[in-house]
Design a protein around this ligand. Structure first.
Ligand code: AMP
Length: 394
């Protein structure tokens, strides 16, 4: 089965073509476009390139297209990307304005360009379907909750990959298999000794997820991808009282407050330097106090959420770092793991310093808690889910 994974950003389009078999998979091609203004044109160009390069004889050979959609109103899981799915994305466009409109448009475009292919959406919220209600609920009046305001969770494909891979690395293949089949079969039956993992997806956008026996039990993200850890340009956790107060005292309109919280905040807002941790690190080393504060705030927030989930799960077997900052940021990893000897977590300094963007174990030999770097592979999770979904239809 040929599965095209379409990654649609607000101004970018990236793709990866997989050959999926029941025994494994192979990446046949990948490519992408930046500064996109005409999605129809780049999608047609990508399909023409795959044919011209001889990867496929014709675009009709593509069996399915997978979309890593963010969140939909009253819709989650791994579903066919039909009109109802597009409507669910559009109904929550205001909650994820950078993500939902490109996906709604992209799905429509692919339906035209590849009329015979099956279109499948895997929602980023899907991994959080089994978070206990008490933890996904905000203490709001019924009318707000009826409007769909609750904690959803994002980066689901990335954290699911970490859940599967960390279980394999810990020799818990039955948990890995249960996690792999999660959207088809529901939560894996929890048997034997619990496996407690906290996954830190730290990149341009960041979140921490608690994973018990391969199933997410909580997330730092909330109603929108605008809460939890400080993001590159987005604020992260903020007291709801701060918004009306800032609007009144700073004379901001709602639109301007929203813009500042999504574009001028996070690591950029705090450091005043950049939204990229590499620039912020450089500025911090040169003595910029705001840059140092931004890094310290990120570290503090990660530790806060890791601690919360370790407590909720009654302990921790593995702490995992993934995505751009998690895979590359050795100083940050060391700071997140500092002073936890009593808790049974000891980082090996040399293993940590040597690890850059490769799968690795970073704990000291005597550390009870494992510390892994697992490079992100959201596309693979999506390709596998699309394969499972299509296989289950036939
Ligand atoms: P992602 O969203 O996973 O692509 O991660 C992007 C972020 O990872 C960038 O904004 C950087 O802050 C960070 N990053 C990427 N490469 C490095 C590196 N070599 N060292 C430290 N941070 C990095």
């Amino acid at each position: 089965m040929l599965v095209l994974i379409a990654n649609l950003g607000s101004t970018s389009f990236k793709y990866r073509l997989y050959r999926m078999e029941s025994t494994g998979q192979e990446v046949l091609a990948k490519g992408g476009y930046e500064r996109v203004t005409d999605y129809a044109a780049v999608i047609e160009d990508a399909l023409a390139t795959l044919t011209k390069d001889g990867v496929i004889a014709s675009a009709d050979e593509i069996d399915a297209v997978g979309f890593k959609t963010v969140l939909g109103k009253d819709l989650s899981g791994c579903v066919l990307a039909d009109d109802a799915c597009v409507k669910a994305l559009e109904d929550f466009a205001a909650v994820a304005p950078a993500h939902n409109p490109p996906y709604a448009n992209g799905i429509r475009q692919f339906a035209q360009s590849l009329p015979n292919a099956k279109l499948v959406a895997l929602f980023e919220t899907a991994f959080y379907q089994w978070v206990p209600e008490a933890r996904s609920t905000y203490a709001l009046p019924q009318s707000w909750r009826d409007a769909g305001i609750r904690r959803y969770g994002f980066h689901g494909a990335s954290h699911k990959f970490v859940a599967e891979r960390s279980a394999e690395l810990l020799g818990r293949d039955e948990v890995a298999a249960g996690t792999a089949a999660l959207y088809q079969q529901g939560p894996a039956a929890i048997t034997g000794k619990p496996l407690r993992v906290v996954s830190c997806h730290l990149g341009g956008s960041s979140s921490v997820t608690g994973i018990l026996n391969g199933v997410a039990i909580g997330t730092s993200m909330g109603f929108s991808p605008q809460s939890g850890l400080p993001q590159n340009n987005r604020v992260g956790d903020l007291d709801s009282g701060a918004i009306p107060y800032a609007m009144k005292t700073l004379g901001l309109t709602l639109e301007e407050a929203e813009r500042q919280l999504t574009k001028d905040s996070g690591l950029l807002g705090l450091s005043g330097v950049s939204n990229d941790i590499r620039d912020i690190n450089e500025a911090s080393q040169a003595g910029n106090a705001n840059a140092t504060l931004a890094i310290d705030h990120l570290i503090d927030s990660i530790r806060h959420w890791v601690g919360a989930f370790a407590w909720q799960m009654g302990g921790l077997d593995a702490l995992v770092f993934t995505a751009g900052i998690g895979e590359n940021g050795r100083e940050l990893r060391a700071a997140v793991c500092a002073g936890l000897e009593e808790f049974g977590l000891v980082l090996d300094e040399q293993r940590n310093a040597a690890c850059r963007a490769v799968e690795a174990e970073l704990q000291a030999d005597h550390s009870r808690v494992k510390v892994f770097v697992i490079p992100a592979n959201e596309e693979l999770v999506l390709a596998r889910e699309v394969y499972r979904k299509i296989s289950s239809l036939s």
